[in-house]
Design a protein around this ligand. Sequence first.
Ligand code: APR
Length: 265
Amino acid sequence: MDAQEKIVRAAQLLAGSRRLVVLTGAGVSKESGVPTFRDALDGLWARYDPQQLATPQAFRRNPKLVWDWYEYRRSLVRAAQPNPGHLALAELERLLPFVVIITQNVDDLHQRAGSSDIISLHGAIMRSRCFDNCRGNPTLIDLSALPRAEAHASPPHCPYCGAWVRPDVVWFGESLPEAALRRAMSLAEQADVMLVVGTSGVVQPAASLPFVAKEHGAAVIEVNPSPGGITPIADLWLDGPSGEVLPAVAAAVRALREEASEDER
Ligand code: APR
């Protein structure tokens, strides 16, 4: 099949879906200018290895360094805009009966694009919490409600117990939020189509979700310019950037749904 035929085939599968589950990774935000963990870091961060910074040990060892790195990444997310790929996924939610997005990303671009049912497996970079979760898991902290000097401390202190405040994200070596993972697994088992966008498919347990969906009979469609851990089980691999491929797929789904509704009249 050539690229156009694959777009049409993907649209046919999606237009007929009753329970579409989408799994996204850092690739879907790449065209918004949000670097992935595996992109070379730029500027003052170039000399650090992200996998060395995004751990509880690194934070305990040097809370200021880790906090400042997240403040820098938050500034990148604030400056970023949802790209046509995020917007196309939000449009699929309007076109189809059931769409849920399970994302490994910690940015808020799916939310800002208009998607409404999002499971954030690795947390949210714009949220902060008490390092000790002193008032339950998670003890979220609103930095804007802290006294000004404290809000700009690196890192701030929990107003309840005085412990460090940390980003509400899952660090390497930490477990994922249980309820989120449980719902994601259950949705993967019930999906009739799973759309996998912009993930290398190497980080567990997120990378197992397409395999669970496939085992339960779902069609798996992958959107990624490069092959990765999911490609071998994909029924359809659309090998291009999601910011270009997803809008084309969404337009084809819209056309099919309009045709179908005219036939019903
Ligand atoms: N459109 C779609 N996919 C793209 C694009 C694009 N324009 N550009 C790159 N990609 C793909 C790459 O081919 C790669 O498969 O995005 C993927 C990015 O892979 P990773 O950087 O490994 O990101 P991800 O799969 O989300 O990583 C999973 O690992 O780094 C940790 O916790 C972090 O959530 C992250 C997890």
